[in-house]
Write a protein that binds this ligand. Structure first.
Ligand SMILES: Nc1ncnc2c1ncn2[C@@H]1O[C@H](COP(=O)(O)OP(=O)(O)OP(=O)(O)O)[C@@H](O)[C@H]1O
Ligand SMILES: [Mg+2]
Length: 271
């Protein structure tokens, strides 16, 4: 446990991370070593996104003119390397408590992965308590996971391509009652398998509720290959980090993103 705390504090002071183009806003990534681990379908709807709306919601990875976008490319490279080495295909984004920046990181990471020509990314809103992916992206699709769950749509109808090649989004439009029971249902288990199996080159990212606020994440984690932990810098107590790591002992922790960090990051300058 000491090592995890060390890793987290080291990340705050290290030069691993990069500065996002907003004052005091940064994202850093630490890869945890082994010891610390206790295509767009032809029928998919294509929707063009509004650049201003994305920027307002901190979705920057698609905009190569935004200096912040490279930080997510760097995160992507580290995430993909570890996932490929381990033949992992599904990734859950979690945090100890709310508002660490999971959804913002999940969306930016998915966009950045999709920009790799040999990869396709699928972003699934499994935060059935507080779904925000559609809102942050500005998607107003009539069909979503809500319709899939009620039997009023099939998967092809709820998938949407937000105008970015090789990125597919599966949104949830409104909160689902009994969300953890829903996530443990056969239909969700089949959905996870289907999303994962369709294409070899696909990385599937699941956005989830905070792990200490509900058991939703715990219900889904056995079905995913690995976990990316998002920590809001200064937002969580030591006990919350300890409890989170204890809940993750059976999971493959890909790494920790320290979000909203005030530490200055090292830009890639060569003099
Ligand atoms: N690096 C950052 N710097 C500043 N603000 C950020 C950063 N990342 C995210 N935010 C803001 O923090 C708020 C919470 O972000 P987000 O919704 O992604 O968190 P979350 O962990 O998904 O929350 P929840 O637990 O409610 O699902 C949003 O207003 C978002 O714009
Ligand atoms: Mg969220």
């Amino acid at each position: 446990m000491e090592k995890i705390k060390d890793a987290l504090s080291k990340a705050r002071g290290s030069q691993i991370g990069q500065k996002i183009n907003q004052p005091k806003k940064a994202v850093k990534f630490i890869q945890l070593d082994d010891e610390l681990k206790s295509i767009v379908y032809s029928e998919t709807a294509v929707v063009k996104l509004d650049a201003g709306h994305l920027e307002k919601n901190r979705i920057v990875a698609q905009n190569k003119h935004d200096p912040s976008s490279w930080i997510f490319d760097s995160l992507r490279t580290q995430v993909l390397q570890t996932m490929e080495e381990n033949k992992w295909r599904t990734l859950a984004i979690i945090s100890p408590t709310p508002a660490a920046g999971k959804t913002v990181v999940a969306i930016n990471l998915a966009i950045s992965i999709a920009q790799q020509p040999q990869k396709t990314a699928m972003l699934v809103d499994f935060d059935l308590r507080k779904p925000r992916i559609a809102q942050y992206l500005g998607l107003k699709q009539p069909k979503s996971i809500n319709d899939l769950l009620s039997g009023n749509a099939d998967l092809a109808e709820v998938m949407v391509n937000p105008g970015i090649p090789r990125l597919t989004v599966v949104p949830t439009n409104s909160p689902v009652k009994q969300s953890s029971e829903t996530l443990s249902s056969n239909s969700i288990q089949h959905l996870v398998v289907e999303l994962k199996e369709r294409y070899d080159s696909r990385v599937v990212i699941f956005d989830l509720p905070p792990i200490l606020s509900a058991d939703d994440a715990m219900v889904l984690l056995p079905q995913v290959d690995c976990v990316l932990l998002v920590i809001g810098d200064g937002q969580h107590t030591e006990a919350e980090i300890t409890d989170t790591m204890r809940l993750l002992t059976k999971s493959n922790i890909l790494g920790v993103v320290v979000n909203k960090s005030e530490a200055k990051a090292q830009p890639y300058y060569y003099d």
